[in-house]
Design a binder for this molecule. Structure first.
Ligand code: FAD
Length: 345
């Protein structure tokens, strides 16, 4: 019989579990229910006692490692913590979020406990067996993996499951703390802080409800015969800051930078969506000044509701690739939308 351990960790503030961790809890609960397997949740955090409220009624057994060493991501302490949780729970299946923190350590943890690991798992099926699905070759091939080796570690892609929501009417169980100081190696790496872009400079936001795609049309000559790149940049950045949307781009637009043409300064190839770009997961998407060609639209595979603003009534979006297409000037539309969003602030 399988026994499942789901590993979770606190966010950077230390006051909550990450959304990806709570998504992993949902996946683990579904799998445990289907297999009739034992379920244990492991928490890595400085103060796990505060965090266990978010796991009320999630699993019969909670384990935790605690202490200031675990406040921040660091290979030596995180690997030791996850290893200790695995040795305490003795699971056959270990689920964990594919966060940068756990992605860095989990292959080593699997090796230390004699297990195997698969990454980027998007779904786990199987009635009496464990069948893990993941995509290969830029989301064109979906593979379903089964393995006999145990323990089997599965890192779960974020945005694939609903985050677990605690039931406050259930009793609140405190996690059993695992003593880890004896096995903790000498910590040579000191985390002195984070340097990250300001929130309004960070345009890729995987947790955003909306993907806003900017196409090459933003930098093309407009009906007055002129380009309006600066105006386009202002409209887009204002929309992003007012809506909280994540910024995607077509290949043509991000390529322009390399070709010496005017380009929006905040775009990089990391923003590119499509066949040779990313395949983000957002509930909604809005494409602007983008033609909706197939190599771009394949990157929208996981986007739920799709809308587009284009001047071209024959663009790809109007050919069944979007739910609603507004044949309109995106400069005028986004200016109006920004004004409406501004009133809400
Ligand atoms: C092997 C291969 C891989 C590729 N991979 C990718 C990929 O990963 N991602 C990707 O995006 N592309 C990819 N492409 C390129 C893709 O085929 C298209 O060339 C690209 O998506 C076009 O970008 P675009 O729609 O922004 O630009 P354009 O085709 O130039 O379209 C601009 C659109 O903006 C509209 N427009 C202009 N002004 C306005 C306005 N004021 N208001 C509203 N609309 C306006 C125009 O009507 C036009 O429809 C790939 C191509 C190949 C061959």
């Amino acid at each position: 019989m399988e026994s499942i351990l789901v590993l979770t960790h606190a966010d950077e503030s230390g006051s909550a579990l990450t959304k990806a961790s709570l998504e992993a809890v949902t996946t683990a609960r579904e799998l445990a229910a289907r297999l009739g397997a034992e379920l244990t949740i492991g928490i890595v955090a400085a103060n796990p006692q505060h965090l266990s409220k978010a796991l009320q009624s999630a699993a019969p057994r909670l384990l935790a490692v605690s202490g200031e060493e675990f406040a921040q991501a660091r290979f030596a302490s995180d690997a030791a913590a996850c290893e200790a949780l695995c040795r305490a729970a003795m699971p056959t299946i270990v689920l964990a979020p594919q966060s940068s923190r756990f992605t860095r350590v989990m292959a080593a943890v699997a090796h230390r406990v004699g297990g195997v690991i698969d990454t980027h798992i998007t779904a786990i099926g199987g009635a009496q067996s464990v069948e893990a699905a993941r995509w290969f070759y830029r989301q064109r091939i979906e593979a379903v993996i089964t393995r006999d080796q145990r323990p089997w570690f599965l890192l779960l892609d974020t945005g694939t499951h609903a985050p677990f929501v605690a039931d406050p009417s259930q009793p609140h169980a405190q996690p059993d703390e695992i003593a880890i100081t004896a096995v903790l190696p000498k910590l040579r790496t000191q985390v002195t802080g984070f340097r990250s872009p300001k929130v309004d400079q960070q345009t890729i936001r995987p947790d955003a409800k909306l993907l806003f795609v900017a196409g090459a049309g933003w930098t093309k000559k407009q009906p007055d015969g002129q380009t309006h790149v600066e105006e386009a940049a202002n409209l887009i950045t204002q929309f992003l800051s007012r809506s909280g949307a994540s910024l995607g781009s077509s290949k043509s637009l991000v390529d322009q930078g390399g070709e010496g043409q005017s380009v929006l300064p905040f775009l990089t190839h990391l923003n590119q969506v499509g066949q040779t770009g990313s395949t983000p997961r957002h509930p909604k998407g809005l494409a602007t000044c983008c033609h909706g060609e197939e190599p771009h639209v394949v990157g929208w595979r996981f986007i739920g509701e799709r809308r587009a603003v284009s001047l071209d009534p024959n663009c790809g979006w109007t050919r069944g690739k979007a739910d609603v297409v507004y044949i309109a000037d995106a400069f005028a539309v986004i200016e109006r939308v920004n004004a409406l969003l501004g009133k809400k602030e």
